[in-house]
Design a protein around this ligand. Structure first.
Ligand code: ADP
Ligand code: MG
Ligand code: MG
Length: 883
């Protein structure tokens, strides 16, 4: 079998479609090569080798060594150099790359092939001894760290002490002979730490590096990253070996990274950073402050350092043309890495760029407008869950701000919280219920769990492409990076800014959109849903078949639902209306009444309140459908539980506390979730259903008149298991409707349907549908009753299920297709047998979950209903489900 694929000189064996085999990096290097772009030649060892490696006790498949030898020979021919050749040494980088990009997770080794034998050759060829010895020094350090596991601090310390001895301040003060001495010392460090001399044979170096890349697939950082991003462990990594080009050969050399559009805002403008006379990760390491690629980029950031556009205008033009070409070719914003070696440009990587949700929207919409992609593609590209980020608050512009520092606006949005100086502390404060701002000099992959726990991230070093910036953008968390004027001392646990000291318990606010850092908590404002967001949602609305309703009962929820574009209300939980101050009293009177007359008297007090509630809801929804569920929870939920409260409540109700306690005892149930609730309660006390039905009908008439929009209320009976339950209540509701019509002399339409939330209801759906005009699948209860798992108690053990791999997802978040889904499907099919045009919807939490929405589309449901703030996510998901 073929284990190795070459690239270079425009004749790559692979292409962009082979990401699974060659990894994203290898596949895209091949693709760029095919496009005729300047890519240093090399070859990629496939992910199949990685699989083989792990299945066979970390060894290599037969044939690999020969194939690598042949590829290396071709590389020597292509570059006119020899691996280990003292006169014209071939140096390579050994790079990892999986199908999904895993920034910073797997380590790259540069300058491989340098040795005592080749360093002079490099010096002669480059005409620069210092460069050659510096490269050798860096190589030993990197190789020792990545491949041999020697802590790189040992080298840094050696370097610092050497500089001290020599009285130097900067690395650039070191001469070639200084560096040669340092190389000797570095080799000693390696020999001491590993009991073996530093490998001088380039073949040994190469296989050491290849093994380290494959080995790094299972390093803890990589494993954590994959777990957080749901990347399967069995994808494996490929290894690309590529001829080195040098961005550190003096002032006509440089290295940099760029996005073809602005990854924070999506603006159509080349965006990136570079460093003159630098190599590899120098740009993103945060150790030197990079310069901007474009004039406008530098201006926007207030940077005085000249841009690449100014320094090397011709090269910049070439680079810009390549970026345009790549963007048109991939039809997406690209994240590229490049190096300039003595005035020659080389492309080292391209991939789809990570971006904020805001940028993703703007880029998708603008690319569709530019004709690069279709509106359908634009809709398909946006991750529905990412819309959440846009729905997050920004700082209130009018609120006073106590600005203490400013840095780079690395990831937009505002956040406030207590200062945490370490990732562990961030996690702890979060678990104690505090919002947290993680404040670090810079972040590394070890900080990822802390970044997850934090509401926002602040760093004092590093640029827009630093680790903190990239990871925060990916997580959709606000981040301000490179705040040079702040001093963070994690040992003393202080943050100093503007001559002030902040520490434990202090709150700060960051604004990742402007880069400001403020003392205290600055009030925030809800986001605007216009521009690209509105355009894209408009396209989604044209594409989607299913309606999206909201679960809403209060006027403010209903208004939010409308603002987010809900097509109606799919679930109005009426019980929530009884908890208000003015209502709980008559509600309790009703529950505690001994007789039907007593109950009716209390209900009469509740009627006008409910009528007002429903009128307002109908008015806000302006003729859009509203499904109102009759009272569902057991009575005891409305009564005081705490003994201290019992006395006061008894007093307000004019009851003896003993009587109240007795009644409470009578109402208490072993298993309330499966107890006297839903239609069972309404069958015991039909006067409750009658009051609610009357309030609904009267409100519909009032709102119909005030809005001029005819209202057809949908009354939903909860927890039905048998048709007879529904029939009993439907008869009462119909009787109330007839009475209201007679009293008012006005006819109106309405529908009576049921919530399908018990397994039996799914099975008996055909019979039930003979009476029900609509079904709404209440998948929260249906999941509870199907699994026999109480949702309120599940947190404790479902967590273990997740950790132990028993359940791969939380069935209360994502609909369990195999079990619960099967019941829903049965309910749908049987319901349609009795009533082919029965209206079908879903109103559990799953109504806002993209995967579950997909399933609803497959079943051909008429609508999904979810909480108001998830409505945009559901609209987009519903559109994607049809594509
Ligand atoms: P990562 O996946 O962490 O981005 P890369 O394999 O892209 O790792 O390597 C990191 C950096 O090393 C690149 O951005 C580039 O600057 C440098 N690099 C890699 N290969 C070469 C090469 N052949 N010549 C010069 N620089 C290289
Ligand atoms: Mg890296
Ligand atoms: Mg890279």
């Amino acid at each position: 079998p073929r284990w190795v694929y070459g690239f270079g000189n425009g004749s790559a064996d692979g292409d962009a479609g082979m990401q699974a085999l060659l990894g994203g990096k290898g596949a895209n290097l091949a693709e760029m090569d095919r496009l005729g772009l300047p890519v240093p030649p090399g070859f990629t060892i496939t992910t199949d080798v990685c699989h083989w490696y792990y299945r066979n006790g970390r060894s290599y498949p037969p044939g690999l060594i020969g194939q690598v030898r042949d590829s290396l020979a071709r590389l020597e021919a292509a570059t006119g150099r020899g691996f280990g050749d003292p006169l014209h040494p071939l140096l390579v980088s050994v790079r990892s790359g999986s199908r999904a990009s895993m920034p910073g997770m797997l380590d790259t080794v540069l300058n491989l092939g340098l040795s005592d034998a080749t360093v002079d050759g490099l010096a002669r060829e480059a005409g620069d001894e210092r460069f050659a010895w510096d490269s050798y020094r860096r190589f030993i350090q990197m190789y020792a760290d990545v491949v041999l596991g020697v802590d790189h601090d040992a080298f840094e310390e050696e370097l610092e002490s050497y500089k001290d001895e020599a009285g130097y301040l900067l690395d650039t003060d070191l001469s070639a002979s200084d560096l040669a001495t340092l190389v000797d010392r570095f080799k000693e460090i390696v020999a001491e730490a590993t009991d073996r001399p530093f490998p001088q044979d380039p073949g040994e170096q190469l296989w050491g590096a290849i093994g380290a890349v494959f080995g790094s697939w299972l390093n803890p950082r990589a494993v954590t990253y994959r777990r957080l991003h749901n990347i399967p462990d069995d994808w494996g990594t490929a290894v690309s070996v590529q001829a080195m080009v040098f961005g550190n050969m003096g002032t006509t050399s440089a290295t940099g990274v760029a996005f073809t559009r602005n990854p924070s805002t999506g603006e159509r403008a080349l965006y990136g950073e570079f460093l003159i006379n630098a190599q590899g990760e120098d740009v993103v390491s945060g150790l030197r402050t990079p310069q901007y690629l474009t004039r406008s980029g530098a201006a926007a950031a207030g940077s005085d350092a000249p841009s690449l556009e100014q320094l090397m205008p011709e090269l910049f033009a070439e680079f810009r043309a390549i970026c345009d070409r790549l963007e048109r070719h991939y039809r997406d914003m690209q994240d590229v890495e490049f190096t300039i070696e003595r005035g020659r440009l080389f492309m080292l990587q391209t991939r789809g760029g990570k971006r904020t949700a805001e940028a993703a929207l703007r880029i998708a919409v603008e690319m569709a407008d530019e004709g690069l992609i279709l509106p359908d593609d634009a809709v398909a590209r946006i991750e529905p869950a990412s819309l959440d980020q846009l729905l997050h608050p920004t700082l209130d512009e009018c609120a006073p701000r106590d600005v203490i520092a400013a840095g780079l606006p690395a990831s937009p949005g505002a956040a406030a919280g207590r200062i945490a100086f370490t990732a562990e502390e961030a996690e702890r404060l979060r678990s104690e219920g505090h919002d947290v701002i993680l404040a670090r000099t810079e972040t590394s992959p070890e900080d990822i769990h802390g970044m997850h726990a934090a509401a926002g991230v602040l760093t004092t070093r590093g640029g827009m492409t630093s680790h903190a910036a990239v990871v925060a953008r990916g997580m959709g968390k606000p981040c301000v990076a490179g705040v040079g004027s702040i001093r963070i001392d994690p040992k003393a646990r202080t943050l100093k800014a503007s001559g002030r000291v902040f520490g434990d318990g202090d709150t700060i606010t960051i604004d990742g959109t402007t880069g400001q850092v403020m003392a205290g908590l600055v009030p925030m404002r809800e986001p605007e849903l216009s521009g690209a967001f509105a355009t894209l949602m408009g396209w989604a609305d044209e594409i989607r078949r299913m309606k999206v309703r909201a679960n809403a009962e209060t006027p403010s929820e209903a208004r939010a639902a409308r603002a987010f574009g809900a097509d109606g209300i799919g679930l109005c939980r009426t019980e929530h209306m009884f908890f208000d101050d003015g209502r709980i009293l008559p509600m309790r009177e009703m529950i505690l009444a001994e007789t039907e007359e007593g109950r009716r008297a209390a209900l009469a007090k509740l009627l006008p309140m409910q009528r007002r509630d429903f009128t307002e809801l109908f008015e806000i929804m302006h003729g859009r459908p509203v499904t109102i569920r009759l009272l569902d929870p057991p009575f005891h939920e409305f009564l005081p539980q705490d003994p201290a409260e019992i006395d006061t409540v008894a007093a307000t109700l004019g009851l003896e506390p003993e009587r109240l306690a007795e009644r409470l005892k009578a109402l208490s149930e072993f298993n309330p979730m499966l107890g006297h609730r839903g239609c069972r309660l309404l069958i015991s006390y039909p006067e409750v259903a009658e009051m609610q039905a009357r309030a609904i009908f009267e409100a519909a008439l009032i709102a119909g008149r005030s809005t001029g929009a005819p209202i057809i209320p949908e009354i939903m009976v909860p927890l039905v298991a048998a048709r007879a339950e529904l029939d009993f209540l439907k008869a009462r509701i119909d009787a109330v409707a007839a009475a209201v019509m007679a009293e008012t002399g006005r006819r109106f339409r309405y529908q009576v349907g049921t919530m399908i939330e018990l397994p039996r209801a799914c099975l008996m759906a055909r019979e039930i549908a003979e009476s029900a005009e609509f079904f709404s699948f209440g998948t929260n209860d249906l999941t509870q009753t199907t699994f026999g798992i109480s949702r309120d108690d599940a947190g404790g053990f479902l967590q273990h299920y997740g950790q132990k791999g028993i359940l791969k997802f939380d069935p209360f978040v994502t609909l369990d297709r195999g079990g619960v889904g099967e019941l829903v499907e049965t309910g749908v099919a049987r319901g349609r047998m009795a009533r082919p045009d029965i209206k079908l919807g879903i109103c559990g939490e799953h109504g806002g979950d993209p995967d579950s929405i997909d399933f609803c589309e497959e079943l051909g449901l008429d609508y999904v209903s979810c909480s108001p703030f998830r409505v945009p996510i559901a609209r987009l998901s519903a559109a994607q489900a049809t594509l």
